[in-house]
Design a binder for this molecule. Structure first.
Ligand SMILES: [Zn+2]
Length: 392
């Protein structure tokens, strides 16, 4: 087929060619070729999960690179259903800044990417109902470079089917708090790590479970004593029939009050169990109590079987259960995937992560607020700071 290069036009901003170049062939197959100041990609396609608010949540990251030698400001981003053209979410510059991680910092005060700088934009898109989940997404970005605004379409991405991974609760009993849970908690959702030459976010859907006593306290008594924390020593249970792929014990509890210094990456999970749930899904139970493990690698376990007890070993600042599911047997070198819990009750939530941290530090009753809607939940993911009973 005869190809004709037609209508070549370039605009130069301070020596940087930005747009548009047009390589036209037959009119029907004309493809617009545009030089763009930022490029972007999505390493992990979103897997929607139904949350305890009844909505579907898409949690994913867009890696954005400014390929110019000027500062690029990300002024606006629209997340668009690629098929219908319907806009699902819109972020202005300040909202982009709140979701942007640059230069190894999990937070940013601006929506700027410096010359040749990469940023990770952590997105959380809400969808009302399974029928409304898009088959694919695209992202319409407005960038300002040397005072000129440019529109780009970046990061086209298929959306994977909603998760069908239904698990039993990893704990039993009442008043558990889903700390740093889905979908915007910085400490887990933004825990992207460069490992073996690749970015991984194993903690994307992790929860740090704490437990409250009847007065709403995370701990009763001395803050430096692991046993003061209400959750300390609680049994943890297999969330499904599974095979144990890792069972590490013998590490001491880390002194409560602060994260340990100089913790090696391979010791971060402390005493822990990894279960192979099948279909490429692996569950991690981290920071377990010393000498509490009851399983060995290679062992088959049944749903509800006790694995060990909650502790504070490894990279842990107070007793809690870190529970996550990811797509590989190495918790740090794999990517977090969503799941739902078969049944639980929740009628309140902690008011904020700051309130959660305060109650951990001062031992006073935690600040709570009511949750809207029915308190009984089935086949949904408990959202951040929910206060959950596992009594079924
Ligand atoms: Zn954690």
């Amino acid at each position: 087929m005869k190809r004709i290069l037609g209508g070549i036009l370039s605009i130069v901003i301070a020596g940087y060619t930005v747009a548009p170049l047009r390589a036209a062939t037959d009119a029907a197959e004309a493809i617009a070729i545009r030089i763009t100041p930022v490029v972007a990609s999505i390493d992990n396609l979103p897997i929607p999960v139904k949350g305890s608010d009844g909505l579907f949540h898409l949690v994913y990251e867009v890696n954005i690179v400014n390929v110019t030698n000027e500062t690029a400001t990300l002024n606006r981003l629209d997340v668009v259903d690629a098929r219908s053209g319907h806009t699902l979410a819109s972020l202005d510059a300040s909202q982009i800044a709140q979701r942007l991680s640059v230069a190894s910092s999990r937070t940013s005060t601006t929506a700027d990417l410096g010359p040749s700088q990469m940023g990770i934009l952590y997105l959380h898109v809400l969808v009302h109902g399974a029928q409304a989940i898009p088959a694919s997404l695209k992202h319409e970005l407005t960038v300002t470079l040397k005072g000129q605004s440019l529109a780009e379409t970046i990061a086209p991405a298929a959306v994977r089917p909603p998760t069908t991974l239904v698990l039993a609760p990893p704990l039993k009993g009442r008043r558990y708090v889903a700390g740093d849970g889905c979908c915007d908690s910085i400490r887990h959702v933004r825990a992207t790590l460069p490992i073996n030459g690749q970015l991984f976010d194993g903690q994307r859907f992790a929860i740090d479970w704490e437990q409250l006593d009847a007065q709403g306290r995370i701990r009763v008594g001395d803050s430096k004593t692991p046993e003061s924390y209400v959750i300390y020593g609680q049994p943890v249970y297999a969330a499904a029939n599974a095979t144990v792929v890792a069972a590490v014990d013998g590490m001491p509890n880390s002194p409560p009050g602060a994260l340990p210094a100089n913790m090696r990456a391979d010791e971060a999970d402390g005493n822990h169990v990894v279960l192979d749930l099948g279909h490429g899904n692996y569950a991690l139970y981290a920071h377990l109590a010393p000498h509490s493990l009851m399983v060995k690698p290679g062992q088959r376990v049944r749903e509800g079987q006790m694995l060990g007890r909650v502790g504070t070993s490894g990279n842990s600042s107070e007793p809690h259960l870190h529970f996550q599911v990811s797509n590989g047997p190495l918790p740090l070198a794999s990517n977090g995937v969503p799941y739902v819990l078969r049944q639980f009750t929740a009628s309140q939530r902690v008011t904020s992560t700051a309130a959660f941290d305060k109650a951990t530090e001062d031992g006073q009753p935690i600040a709570v607020e009511p949750l809207d809607g029915p308190s009984r939940h089935a086949d949904v993911l408990p959202l951040d700071l929910s206060i959950v009973d596992f009594t079924h």
